[in-house]
Design a binder for this molecule. Structure first.
Ligand SMILES: Cc1cc2nc3c(=O)[nH]c(=O)nc-3n(C[C@H](O)[C@H](O)[C@H](O)COP(=O)(O)OP(=O)(O)OC[C@H]3O[C@@H](n4cnc5c(N)ncnc54)[C@H](O)[C@@H]3O)c2cc1C
Length: 417
């Protein structure tokens, strides 16, 4: 068990010039066999391992990661957290996650910097206004604390917005979730990693899964860059790389991989204390604690496995946002990056069992899976442990693509983050 982070441990370590802090997690060599192995140490994989160990007391488990933990999309996103999706199954899983975020720092004894500063989704066309009103009704029926707000309220919450009624896309109102917000993405990965490690989970970095070995209709283990690991249960949570991992077991998934991009400006004084999403012009904005404006863009218009930003995407995003946020035209952009997102046709995730015994998948979070990490990890751990879908995960099974029971979230928000 790890020693607790507290004001006392901070003071104690300050006396020793911070030289004696315990390592947050170990770097173990893989054992030859585990009860379960999670592939991918992003937020979803680490949260799954944490809840398997904490809730289900399954501790002879490992998380294997080809790079460093949190180095995938979890460390590359724009950290927006909200739960105001359109369909009931989506509301259930995203609100479970959002409510877990409220207490996550205390649960993990690690400050994930959850900041429920409010998320505002602008209505800049009549069509968008009607679509968000529809979502608002669905969310109110599900008991979410969300509401439509007027252009005057929008301007009051975010004074940097252009409220000229004669501009190309005037602000007609917004859909507002006051308890949505942001969190610190790395801290979520680090907090779950530290929590899982302290419960005995082996987190093995720099260990690439090369293939899944099958024994007839069930899994037998994993061939990795650090040798063979025997296990009867494998949870694959590798986001945009999931298709290449599971195809080694002969499984094809309805997933497309695309590079989604984001960028940050130079740091400036506080100008924005909520998240604003402008779906019509396609971009969104928040301000980090360091003062940088965090700008979210779109995906490359073709499938790829790149993790880099591209100039056309940068130009498109900034151009689109300038009219709504004129302040952007005066800012220098500091850096941009990309992550490989895993898109399904209905823009909803896939969580659950596969036809191969002992092989479970959790993917398809696409451009919006940071917000769902705690809820997804919680229900996926339950699914793996009990070998049946958790009730909240049940609608997200792979069979929905065969049965035509899609959970269409593509219209709920053009920018799904
Ligand atoms: C630019 C950008 C902005 C975003 N903005 C938001 C946002 O504002 N809000 C939001 O909710 N979501 C957002 N997202 C989406 C969100 O980041 C992802 O949905 C989420 O982080 C996915 O987490 P994950 O754990 O499934 O995947 P990842 O964090 O990508 O983790 C998967 C891990 O698997 C590892 N892996 C891959 N192949 C192998 C292998 N063969 N062997 C071992 N390990 C392997 C990878 O190295 C990686 O570390 C954004 C994404 C991007 C790229």
């Amino acid at each position: 068990m790890k020693s607790r982070y507290s004001i006392f441990s901070l003071a104690r370590n300050a006396m020793n010039y911070h030289k004696d802090w315990e390592r947050a997690w170990r770097s173990p060599t893989p054992k030859s066999e585990y009860d379960a192995v999670i592939v991918g140490a992003g937020g979803h994989g680490l949260a799954t391992a944490y809840y398997l160990a904490k809730t289900h007391k399954l501790t002879n488990i490992a998380v294997v990661e080809k790079g460093w933990l949190g180095g995938g999309n979890t460390g590359r996103n724009t950290t927006i957290i909200r739960s105001n999706y359109l369909q009931d199954p989506s509301i259930a899983i995203y609100e479970l996650a959002r409510s877990l975020y409220e207490d996550l720092s205390r649960d993990l004894n690690f400050n994930v910097m959850f900041s429920p500063r409010g998320v505002m989704m602008l209505c800049q066309t009549e069509h968008e206004f009607r679509a968000f009103k529809r979502t608002a009704h669905a969310n109110r029926l599900a008991g979410l604390d969300c509401r439509m707000i007027t252009p005057e309220e929008v301007k009051k919450i975010a004074p940097i917005i252009n409220d000229d009624p004669n501009c190309r896309y005037p602000i007609l109102g917004a859909y507002y979730q006051p308890r949505g917000g942001t969190g610190r993405h790395d801290a979520v990965a680090w907090g779950y990693a530290r929590g899982a490690d302290s419960l005995g989970v082996d987190i093995i970095q720099n260990c690439e899964v090369l293939s899944i070995r099958r024994d007839g209709g069930k899994v037998a283990g994993l061939e990795t860059s650090k040798g063979f690991i025997k296990t009867k249960k494998i949870g694959v949570v590798t986001a945009g790389n999931i298709s290449t991992v599971v195809q080694t077991a002969g499984l094809r998934l309805p997933i497309e991989s695309l590079c989604l991009q984001a960028l940050v400006s130079e740091p400036i004084k506080p100008v924005l204390d909520c998240v604003v999403m402008a779906n019509t012009v396609h971009g969104y904005l928040s301000q980090s604690d360091k003062g940088e404006l965090v700008v979210g863009g779109g995906t490359d218009p073709y499938n790829n496995y790149s993790q880099r930003g591209s100039f056309p995407a940068l130009e498109h995003t900034v151009t689109a946002l300038v009219e709504t946020f004129p302040i952007i035209s005066r800012l220098r952009m500091l850096r941009m990056w990309g992550g490989i997102v895993d898109m399904t046709g209905d823009r909803s995730p896939i969580i659950g069992k596969t036809d191969i015994d002992g092989l479970y998948v959790n993917c398809g979070w696409g451009t919006g899976g940071f917000k769902s990490i705690p809820g997804s990890g919680y229900v996926f751990a339950d699914t793996i442990f009990n070998d049946r879908p958790h009730p909240i995960a049940e609608p997200f099974g792979l069979n929905r693509f065969i049965e035509g029971r899609l959970i269409d979230e593509s219209v709920a928000a053009a920018v799904a983050h």
